[in-house]
Design a protein around this ligand. Structure first.
Ligand code: ADP
Ligand code: MG
Length: 243
């Protein structure tokens, strides 16, 4: 579904990603863990070119989306297939929940208003918020906002979902309701890449765990390999601190 080849990203003199080679397969759930500043957000943002790599390639299915022959690749089209959910929801504050969910399908996909509405209601049911369709983001809790943000991303019917610390900005009692929605997505075989500090979630839901440190993938493996039998000293030290 996604592949990176020798992916590098620098901000000025600061080299943040130092050569990332990996593949994310259809239906796979990949959890990215690692210390703050190790490049996790930069990596996930490179996957849909929210950050432009300095060097290397990103493939979405068979298309090199970093191809310099930009005319070959319509990145907006590619992004329609890649849903993204951020730490800070980024809902449109002046629009109702329903309008947040129908805007892109109508404007970008050309869906009829009626069809977009029906789909939005279905998605709100899925995230347990059908009764909030007419509410405005400011009147929702953090957990509810994040579930709306997930539903909004799903409204474009993406082939892969990227999550960057979706529960980090939430009060503790709201973490679970959001993780449960992501878990149900995983169970429906959605391809998922998630940066998270929720080690219990990574252990339970991920097919593969990537430990990133200093701009590279230091170690990756099954949750059992990473959490119970880490090989790399840095992985061990990190897990000792957080678990
Ligand atoms: P993580 O998500 O693992 O905490 P990030 O990918 O956010 O790490 O950041 C990695 C490094 O890149 C940090 O040192 C951060 O300050 C730097 N960085 C991230 N984005 C930018 C940017 N837009 N401009 C300059 N430096 C950045
Ligand atoms: Mg980050």
């Amino acid at each position: 579904m996604l592949k990176t080849v020798d992916l590098h990203k620098s901000f000025g003199d600061l080299e943040v990603l130092k050569g990332i080679n990996t593949e994310i397969h259809k239906g796979e759930v990949v959890a990215i863990i690692g210390p703050s500043g190790s490049g996790k957000s930069t990596f996930i943002r490179c996957l849909n070119l929210l950050e432009e790599p300095t060097k290397g390639q990103v493939f979405f299915k068979d298309t090199d989306i970093t191809s310099k022959a930009k005319k070959e690749v319509d990145i907006d089209k590619v992004r329609e297939h890649i849903g993204m959910v951020f730490q800070h929801f980024n809902l449109f504050p002046h629009m109702s929940v329903l309008d947040n969910l129908t805007l892109a399908p109508i404007k970008i996909k050309g869906m009829s208003e009626q069809a977009a509405k029906e789909q939005a209601i279905e998605l709100l049911k899925k995230v347990g918020l059908e009764e909030k369709k007419d509410a405005y983001p400011n009147n929702l809790s953090g957990g509810q906002k994040q579930r709306v943000a997930i539903a909004r991303a799903l409204a474009m019917n993406p082939e892969v979902m990227l999550f960057d610390e979706p529960t980090s900005a939430l009060d503790p009692e709201m973490v679970k309701e959001v993780l449960n929605v992501i878990k149900s997505l995983a169970q429906s075989k959605m391809t998922i890449v998630i940066v998270t500090h929720e080690m219990g979630f990574a252990k339970e839901v991920a097919d593969r765990v990537m430990f990133m440190d200093e701009g590279i993938i230091m170690e990756e493996g099954t949750p059992d390999e990473i959490f119970n039998h880490p090989k790399n000293q840095r992985t061990k030290e990190f897990l000792d601190k957080v678990m």
